[in-house]
Design a protein around this ligand. Structure first.
Ligand code: GDP
Ligand code: IMO
Ligand code: MG
Length: 429
């Protein structure tokens, strides 16, 4: 029995939450391993809609849900989300939810800095979610972070706080802001500490126990490969590694545990925030994709930019992340289009490229080369078996898998959990 690692293969919002929820009932543990509450994962089960940002999507099926050390944790966001989900009838307790005690914290000063930098950048802004993700990761690698385990030792945080505040005070002064109110920060941490600490555990050890018992682990990625800090459209990326390999470092379970890498791929392309997007459509077709796909951000409510499927980018993501098979989502959004297009290469100053270059100037300049196919009559919406799909939609799927050099394992045809076609079972691979 394989473990499964779910990652986004585009710029996020591919439908990871829906697929993780669908797989979760057959997993013994669901683990988040990077990102933070910049993620927004939507699950639709009957007439209930669950929007998760920090909690692993397995929480809704009652599967053991774990936040690994690779996540940056905003304790107040966690509390708000636990309360929201509890009000929706989801049971969350220290038996079914564990939080790595070595997770770095996102503090109010991180959110401040995220906002100050974005405001100062004007039109050059990254378009972050404003959650303090980047500044928190900076403090982690800068060895200044306060971590979950530190919440049990707030009286002896002195020198750690000195380092953190000295760093932030200098930055804040540059923005004309007052220094960090240290007493207020410690008081806020003291208040939230018991809530967070009830879930804190030595997660690598818990996972070791789970693994030895032969359990199936489902890793839940956030964002997507094109937002990866190394492999994405730098600098218009998030501040973590979003590729499949992070599942290991971000949880403390060795790399062999990654198992089947399931890349989640939208049948077209979207992006929220700034940065290059070769197949973006700013015309009526882009508008139609956005309306049919309800492309508004889960976290910030921002309108997502939309465009045709880019096979070059997805092929690259699949290669970099070692994707075993993809889940092709939102196929139903393409229902009713007379023609559909797929980007098969780029033109850059007279040259044809079969990959996305690293240099930001080139990324902004590449022009997509398209292949056009007939759309399909009839509908794929709600289809639950291959036989329910129009022949032309099957042709589209087949062309996609050919171009990205990766097989299709699942197809998703609506937001609803069970409107999913299983082609190849990731757990049995
Ligand atoms: P995630 O961040 O990758 O989990 O994706 P989001 O939840 O942010 O965005 C995906 C959106 O598409 C959500 O509103 C889902 O309910 C919805 N969705 C997921 N799969 C499908 C699908 O196959 N068809 C349609 N129409 N919507 C889907
Ligand atoms: P899920 O998990 C889509 C984008 C932001 C911005 C960039 C940096 O729902 O797919 P950050 O706040 O992380 O510093 O912002 O990354 N971004 C996402 N876009 N889906 C997400 O998560 C995202 N998380 C961050 O819009 O462009
Ligand atoms: Mg999302």
């Amino acid at each position: 029995m394989a473990n499964v690692t779910v990652i986004g293969a585009q710029w996020g919002d591919e439908g990871k939450g829906k697929i993780v929820d669908w797989l979760a009932s057959r997993a013994d543990a669901v683990v988040r391993f990077q990102g933070g509450h910049n993620a927004g994962h939507t699950l639709v089960v009957g007439d209930q809609v669950y929007k998760l940002s920090l909690l692993p999507s397995g929480i809704v099926t009652g599967t053991l849900s774990i936040i690994g050390n690779g996540v940056v944790l905003d304790p107040w966001a966690l509390k708000a989300e636990v309360e929201k989900l509890t009000a929706q009838g989801v049971e969350i307790n220290p038996d079914n939810f564990a939080l790595a005690d070595n997770c770095p914290l996102i503090l109010p000063l991180h959110r401040d800095l995220d906002g100050l930098r974005e405001a100062a950048a004007g039109t050059g802004k990254i378009g972050t979610t404003g959650r303090g993700i980047g500044p928190a990761y900076e403090d982690k690698v800068g060895r200044r972070a306060i971590r979950v385990c530190d919440l049990a030792h707030l009286d002896t945080l002195g020198s750690q706080l000195d380092r953190l505040c000295a760093h932030h005070d200098a930055l804040r002064a540059g923005f004309g802001q007052p220094p960090v109110d240290r007493d207020a920060l410690v008081a806020e941490l003291r208040e939230i500490a018991p809530f967070v600490l009830q879930f804190a555990q030595v997660v690598w050890k818990r996972l070791q126990t789970v693994r030895k018992a032969g359990a199936r682990v489902l890793f839940e990625g956030a964002q997507g490969v094109l937002l990866d800090v190394d492999h994405g459209t730098y600098p218009f990326v998030t501040s973590s590694n979003t590729v499949s390999g992070t599942a290991s470092a971000g949880s403390g379970l060795g790399p062999a545990a990654t198992g089947f890498v399931l890349g989640i791929v939208k049948a077209y392309t979207t992006r929220v925030g700034s940065g290059p997007f070769p197949t973006e459509l700013t015309d009526a077709t882009g508008q139609k994709l956005g309306e049919r796909g309800h492309e508004f951000g889960t976290v910030t409510g921002r309108k997502r930019r939309c465009g045709w499927f880019d096979a070059v980018l997805v092929r690259q993501s699949c290669a970099i992340s070692g994707v075993t098979g993809i889940a092709l989502t939102k196929l139903d959004v393409l229902d009713g289009f007379e023609k559909v297009r797929i980007c098969t290469g780029y033109r850059l100053r007279g040259k044809v490229l079969d990959y996305f270059p690293s240099y930001a100037g080139d990324q902004a300049e590449v022009e997509p080369i398209y292949e056009e196919m007939d759309g399909w009559h009839g509908t794929t919406a709600g289809a639950r078996s291959w036989a329910d799909l129009p022949a032309q939609a099957i042709k589209y799927i087949q062309r996609v898998q050919e171009l990205i050099e990766t097989p299709v394992a699942l197809v998703s045809t609506s937001p609803e959990r069970d409107d999913t076609i299983l082609v190849r079972d990731p757990f049995l691979d």
